[in-house]
Design a protein around this ligand. Structure first.
Ligand code: PEP
Ligand code: MG
Length: 540
C-alpha cells in the first residue's frame, strides 16, 4: 500500500531508494555519586577536548566551504570557555561528568530556543554536541551512518553538521528528518549538495529499514511503498544536456534561469545564466560585529568574478526574525517576524545599509558582472523609492525590490514606477499572506505554494510587470518546482531563481511547452479552488 507523508521541502529534487535510519546516540545513564570531583572534571574536559578535535578534523577535511564553516562554528561552541566553566560548577555541585555536560548544554539550548529564528535552528547543533561529549564521557562510540551496501534514503531525527559532513552522495540519495526546519543545518548542507531533502516529516521515524521511499524535496512529500507510476500521458521530464544555458519555452520565449546562492563557493562547478538571489546575510550569520566595508567588498567581488558578463542580483542584508544576525539583534520585539527585519533594519541602522550598498558598488566597479541590487521585506512604495534613491546615489544603476509582503504585491504597479524590477519571494509571501510561520510543519498545508491566494498575489505582480514593461522574477523555493515554473511563465514572470541543482528539470519543463500553452495552464491553475485542484489543473 502506498502512503504519503508530508513535511517541508528543504532541498529540491526527487530520489527513490530503500530507507535506512541513523541509530540513536547513547542514552544518558542514571546519575552516579561523585567521590573525586577533580578526576570527574578531568574526565569531562578530556571528553570536550576530544569532541573539539574531532569536529575540527572534520572541518579541515570538509569538501565544501559551507560545511567547513558550519563545523568550525560547532567546534568553537565546544571549545567555548562558558561550557567548561559551567561544567566545573555543575561537577562541584555534585553532578557526574555526563550529567554536568548535559545540564550546561541544556541551559545554552534553552537560551537559543528563547531567542527564536536562526539561533533556535542552531539548537540541534548543541544537542549533537551534548550527545558527542556524553558518549565520550561514557567511552561509547557515536552511531555511524548506516552501511546497507546499496544507495539509500537516510532517515534521522535531525542531522548534525558533523554527520552531514560525512554524507557521500553516491551512497545517500536523499534525506528525511522528523525534526529540523528550512533553516536547520540539515537543510542548508543538503541544499549546498543538491541532495533531495524533506524535514519536519511526521511519521518518518516509523518507517522500517529497507522500505522503498520516493522523496520529493521540492514538494515536501515522501511516498512510502513502491514508487507511484507517472500517468501514461505525462512522460517523465528528462533534462537533456543543455546546448545553451538559457531558459526558454518551446517557441523560444526567454525566461532566465538563475541561481540562489549564499556565497561564491556555491558557484564552483555550476553552469548558470546568472545569480537571481545572492543572500548576503548568510555570509555574516556568525559575525559578532558588523562586517567591514573591505570584508564585504571582497565577498561580493568573489561572486561577481565567478559570473563575468552575467547578471548577479545582490540582496541587501535580510536580517531579523528567522535570520537574526548577532550584530543586529533586536531584543525588544514581542513578534520578530512582524518587526524590524529586512529593509526595516535601516530605520534603526541606516549606516549598515549604506556601508553595504557602498561595498556592492565598489565591488561592481571592478567587475564585468551585470550587478543589480534589491531590498528584502519592502512594504510600501515610499520604502521602495528611498531604497532606489540610496542605490542610485551610490552608482548602482539597476535597483529592484522583493515582493514578500501582501501589501507590496497588491501595489506592484505603483512600486514598479520607482524600481527597475521585482523579485517575488514566495517563502515569505506565503508566511505573511497566510499568517503561518514559514518553519511550521503543522501549517504546511497553508504554506503550500499551490494555494489559490498565493497564486493570485504572484499573478498580480507578474501582470504588473507585463503592464509596465519591467522584469518580474520569482526567487522563492516554489520557482524550483518544474510544474510551478510553467505556471509562472504563463503568468508573465521573466526569470526564475533557485538552488542550482533544480535548474535542469525546470529548463526541461519550460522547453516542453509554448508560451501560449504555459498561459493556458496558468489560467486553469488560477481558476482552481484549492491546491489539489490547482495541481491537477497543471497536470500533476
Ligand atoms: C523568500 O522569502 O521567498 C525568499 C526568497 O527569501 P528568503 O527565503 O531568504 O527569506
Ligand atoms: Mg524572504
Amino acid at each position: 500500500m502506498v502512503e504519503l507523508l508530508r513535511g517541508l521541502g528543504a532541498s529540491a529534487g526527487t530520489a527513490t531508494a530503500p530507507a535506512y535510519r541513523l541509530a540513536d546516540p547513547p542514552r544518558l545513564p542514571l546519575p552516579r555519586p561523585v567521590s573525586d570531583p577533580d578526576g570527574e572534571l578531568d574526565r569531562a574536559y578530556a571528553a570536550i577536548d576530544g569532541v573539539c578535535a574531532d569536529i575540527g578534523r572534520r572541518a579541515a577535511a570538509a569538501d565544501s566551504p559551507t560545511t567547513a564553516e558550519i563545523l568550525r562554528v560547532q567546534a568553537a561552541l565546544a571549545g567555548d570557555r562558558t561550557l567548561r566553566d559551567g561544567v566545573a560548577v555543575a561537577i562541584r555541585a555534585g553532578h557526574d561528568a555526563p550529567h554536568a555536560v548535559a545540564a550546561v548544554l541544556g541551559e545554552h539550548r534553552s537560551a537559543l530556543l528563547a531567542a527564536g529564528g536562526l539561533l533556535a535552528a542552531r539548537a540541534a547543533d548543541l544537542d549533537d554536541l551534548r550527545d558527542r561529549v556524553v558518549a565520550r564521557c561514557l567511552g561509547l562510540p557515536m552511531p555511524a551512518l548506516p552501511e546497507p551496501g546499496c544507495p539509500y534514503v537516510l532517515i534521522a531525527v535531525d542531522l548534525s553538521p558533523a554527520d552531514a559532513a560525512l554524507l557521500d552522495s553516491a551512497r545517500v540519495l536523499a534525506v528525511v528528518t522528523s525534526a529540523g526546519s528550512f533553516l536547520s543545518h540539515t537543510a542548508i548542507l543538503a541544499r549546498a549538495r543538491g541532495l533531495p531533502t524533506v524535514v519536519a516529516c511526521g511519521g518518518a521515524l516509523d518507517i522500517a529499514d529497507g522500505t522503498m521511499l520516493t522523496v520529493d524535496g521540492t514538494a515536501g512529500r515522501v511516498t512510502v511503498g513502491p514508487a507511484r507510476a507517472r500517468p501514461a500521458d505525462r512522460p517523465p521530464i528528462r533534462p537533456a544536456e543543455p546546448v545553451d544555458l538559457r531558459g526558454q519555452t518551446a517557441d523560444g520565449h526567454p525566461l532566465a534561469l538563475l541561481a540562489n546562492i549564499g556565497c561564491a563557493a556555491e558557484l564552483a562547478g555550476v553552469a548558470v545564466e546568472g545569480v537571481g538571489l545572492f543572500r548576503t546575510e548568510l555570509l555574516f550569520q556568525h559575525h559578532v560585529d558588523a562586517p567591514t566595508m573591505l570584508e564585504q567588498v571582497e565577498a561580493y567581488a568573489d561572486v561577481f568574478a565567478a559570473m563575468p558578463d552575467r547578471q548577479v542580483v545582490v540582496r541587501t542584508l535580510d536580517a531579523g526574525s528567522d535570520k537574526p544576525l548577532p550584530f543586529l539583534r533586536e531584543s525588544d520585539e514581542p513578534n520578530p517576524a512582524l518587526g524590524i527585519r529586512g529593509l526595516r533594519v535601516a530605520r534603526r541602522r541606516q549606516d549598515i545599509l549604506q556601508t553595504q550598498i557602498a561595498a556592492i558598488a565598489a565591488a561592481a566597479r571592478g567587475s564585468t558582472a551585470r550587478v543589480a541590487v534589491m531590498a528584502p521585506m519592502v512594504t510600501t512604495v515610499a520604502e521602495a523609492a528611498q531604497f532606489t534613491a540610496l542605490c542610485r546615489d551610490a552608482g548602482l544603476p539597476t535597483v529592484g525590490v522583493m515582493i514578500e509582503v501582501p501589501a507590496a504585491a497588491v501595489r506592484s504597479v505603483e512600486i514598479l514606477q520607482v524600481v527597475d524590477f521585482l523579485s517575488v519571494g514566495t517563502n515569505d509571501l506565503s508566511q505573511y499572506a497566510f499568517a503561518a510561520d514559514r518553519r511550521s510543519g503543522e501549517l504546511a498545508d497553508l504554506l503550500d505554494p499551490w494555494q489559490p491566494a498565493l497564486l493570485s498575489l504572484i499573478a498580480l505582480s507578474a501582470a504588473a510587470g507585463v503592464a509596465v514593461g519591467r522584469p518580474v522574477g520569482v526567487c522563492g523555493e516554489a520557482a524550483a518546482d518544474p510544474a510551478f515554473a510553467v505556471v509562472l511563465a504563463g503568468m508573465g514572470v521573466t526569470s526564475l531563481s533557485m538552488a542550482p541543482p533544480a535548474i535542469p528539470e525546470v529548463r526541461a519543463a519550460l522547453a516542453a511547452l509554448t508560451l501560449d500553452e504555459c498561459r493556458s495552464v496558468a489560467q486553469r491553475v488560477l481558476a482552481a479552488g484549492d491546491p489539489t485542484a490547482a495541481r491537477a489543473a497543471a497536470g500533476m
